[in-house]
Design a protein. Structure first.
Length: 161
């Protein structure tokens, strides 16, 4: 009986992964209520089409990650007049190229984002971090790339003169 139950569970898990691999990054995020804020931000920044059609690796903050931002920050970023700033924050979560699995990411420390600044991926104290964010789930395969779920929003450092 245990073998039958394990077989059913394994089949269901594999089916979910195959299903996700057939959908693009935006569709996978939109299909998961934990990413509703991310999807809303992509729409507000005008980046949905770019993320649907690009070959990308995305460090995807959950709704809880967005809730960790200081009071009023998200609301300010979502305003139409702050579209460019929101786009910069979101692009800081994205790498060009879709095949960056966790093992590949850990092979080197610094990765250039679409925002043209680096994020650091490292293994520290038994956990994987992207800058200061903790990796919660890795290697969600999508038709056009990979999603890695993180617990905090990555804020790009201010560019120097």
């Amino acid at each position: 009986m245990k073998k039958v139950i394990m077989s059913i569970v394994l089949t269901a898990a594999l089916s979910l992964n195959v299903f996700a691999a057939r959908e693009n990054i935006v569709d996978v995020a939109a299909g998961n209520p934990a990413f509703s804020t991310l999807v809303r931000a992509l729409k507000a920044a005008g980046l949905v089409e770019a993320v649907e059609n690009g070959t990308l690796t995305v460090f995807a903050p959950t709704n809880e990650a967005f809730e960790k931002l200081d009071d009023g920050v998200l609301e300010q970023l979502l305003k139409p007049e702050n579209k460019d700033q929101l786009a910069a924050v979101l692009k800081y979560h994205v790498l060009s190229g879709g095949g960056f699995t966790l093992n590949k990411l850990l092979a080197r420390a610094d990765w250039e984002t679409l925002q043209e600044q680096n994020v650091t991926v490292r293994f520290e104290n038994g956990r994987v971090r992207v800058n200061d964010a903790l990796l919660q789930t890795a290697d969600i395969a999508c038709a056009n790339g990979t999603i890695h779920v993180i617990d905090s929003v990555l804020i790009p450092p201010e560019k120097g003169p």
